[in-house]
Ligand binder design. Structure first.
Ligand code: HEM
Length: 480
């Protein structure tokens, strides 16, 4: 087993005053909130793959042969709209519920972009993070990655287990159908005009999927809605000054049946489009409408409050055993402006109280460990758009079972972070998880011979330590 280095200095000091810092609404731990906050701002959760980072810098998806059809951002925004568009405001069914996973074979959902996006997102959901919450975050990451405004995020979407109704608008339909379609989705005509403009500032129409609109024998081109990949109001400017090459306005094939953006944008004599012709109004309107789009959910589903970025974030706190030693570990993520070197910040200190023995309940002594900056944590495009970075402080300290840990907190340059005055509690310390002694038997990616469409299950060997105060003498292991 590899040697483990412990912090060499554990100091003993008398209790220090505790100052409240974290806002009252959030209290650690909150499993689902913690998972979603991490996913939204770090771009990753269970897999440690920064899925949000794919869209970073408004990147184009590179395909074999160097073909770069569109940006991740554009594909993710379209996927979310197509998932949401089957909402029925009359009976409160459908909406952003990941039913799109079962609807890709419909002509209304045609497009390599939708297939690609589902490939990006599948495999990242968990019991805490639904597929539909990831689709919603995809809009926020994509828009931020392309220079657009922040969009508020709430979590709690529930995933559909089957396809929903059909009804995603298609370009060959007439204006009346589109107005009715958006009404059913819960949007007025003015909101329809603006939402289409907010979506169609990104990406474009692919010849491979829409030959009737963009004829191209090589099947490899994309006609973009405006002349930049960025999330900007050029979609409105170029429409209003007639320089637009939007293929749903000036249809390259010449078949104006497909000029749906022209019919929609001009449907109120350009009043809405004129109102969108500045960065400020475009950003404000799009932030509101895209939030409304991703928050359009079945009426029996309820969303959380808006998830704000936690200035300091605790994760992976645990008491465990490594090399026959009892250790207490906790990670602290600290937010810094991008132009501040975290090295310049003097040490970050973790403080904790015993849960047993003469010093329990912070009686006379408080334990302290300190760490310099070592590592950065992942960020998502949303976090990058705020010009901030994360520094990660990974505490690992030796403790004795006779004293253990009840609660802990942190001090950074004299400012105390203590979970709103409560300290960060260790729920219990009598049964501990010992991952260092466990193992994973990975049969991946081996198909089950009896059922070739299934993969053989991965088996986990989990090891727990049990305190002898529970009268169970030994650590046990159980295979599953
Ligand atoms: C009447 C309504 C709409 C029609 C007829 C329509 C039609 C289309 C079509 C034909 C494409 C080309 C897709 C491809 O080639 O892969 C497209 C792309 C796109 N649409 Fe729409 N759309 C509508 C509304 C919206 C809305 C409300 C949004 C989001 C707010 C949106 C977001 C997008 C995005 C981001 C793309 C670019 C996708 C990419 O480049 O991969 N659309 N739309």
């Amino acid at each position: 087993m590899p040697a483990t280095t412990f912090l060499s200095y554990i100091l003993w000091i008398f209790s220090i005053p505790v100052i409240s810092f974290v806002s009252a609404e959030y209290t650690w731990p909150s499993a689902q909130h913690d998972a979603l906050e991490q996913f939204l701002y770090e771009g990753t959760h269970v897999t440690d793959d920064n899925v949000a980072g794919l869209a970073g810098f408004c990147l184009h998806r590179a395909l074999p042969g160097g073909f770069q059809p569109s940006t991740f951002a554009a594909e993710w925004v379209r996927l979310a709209y197509h998932d949401m568009a089957t909402h029925n405001a009359t009976d409160g069914t459908g909406g952003l519920d990941a039913s799109i996973f079962y609807e890709l074979d419909r002509p209304e959902n045609i497009g390599a972009g939708n297939v690609n996006s589902i490939g990006d997102f599948k495999g990242h959901s968990s019991k805490l993070v639904s597929r539909s919450d990831i689709i919603a975050m995809g809009v926020i990451w994509g828009v931020a990655a392309c220079g657009g405004p922040p969009i508020p995020f709430r979590y709690g979407r529930k995933d559909a287990l089957r396809a929903g109704r059909s009804g995603v608008p298609e370009p060959q339909q007439d204006l009346a159908s589109h107005i009715e379609s958006f009404r059913l989705q819960g949007f007025t005509q003015k909101e329809m005009i603006a939402l289409v403009a907010c979506g169609h500032t990104l990406g474009g129409v692919r010849s491979v999927d829409f030959q009737d609109i963009v004829p191209d024998p090589s099947n490899s081109s994309i006609a973009t809605f405006d002349t930049t990949s960025s999330f900007d109001h050029l979609i409105a400017t170029q429409y209003l000054n007639s320089s637009t090459k939007n293929p749903l306005i000036r249809v390259p094939s010449g078949n104006m049946t497909f000029a749906s953006d022209l019919r929609i944008f001009s449907s109120d004599r350009n009043a809405t489009m004129k109102g969108l012709n500045s960065e400020t109004s475009f950003f404000q309107t799009c932030s509101t409408l895209l939030a409304k789009m991703i928050d359009t959910i079945p009426s029996n589903v309820h969303l959380s409050d808006v998830v704000t970025l936690l200035p300091v974030k605790v994760s992976n706190a645990q008491i465990t055993a490594i090399d026959s030693q009892l250790v207490f570990m906790a990670d602290l993520r600290v937010t810094f402006p991008i132009d501040i070197n975290p090295m310049a910040v003097s040490k970050v200190r973790m403080l904790w109280c015993d849960s047993r023995g003469q010093f329990k309940n912070c009686n006379r002594v408080t334990n302290v460990a300190s760490l310099p900056f070592l590592d950065a944590a992942d960020t998502s495009p949303l976090t990058d758009s705020f010009n901030i970075q994360f520094a990660l402080y990974r505490f690992k300290v030796q403790i004795s079972a006779a004293r253990s840990v009840s609660k802990f907190w942190f001090e950074i340059d004299g400012v105390v972070h203590n979970n709103g005055g409560k300290g960060y509690p260790i729920g219990q310390d009598e049964i501990i998880f010992v991952p260092s002694l466990g193992s994973v038997d990975q049969k991946f990616p081996q198909p089950d011979p009896a059922n070739p469409s299934e993969f053989l299950p991965t088996s986990y060997n989990l090891v727990f330590g049990v305190s002898d105060t529970l009268s169970i003498a030994n650590t046990f292991s159980k295979s599953s």
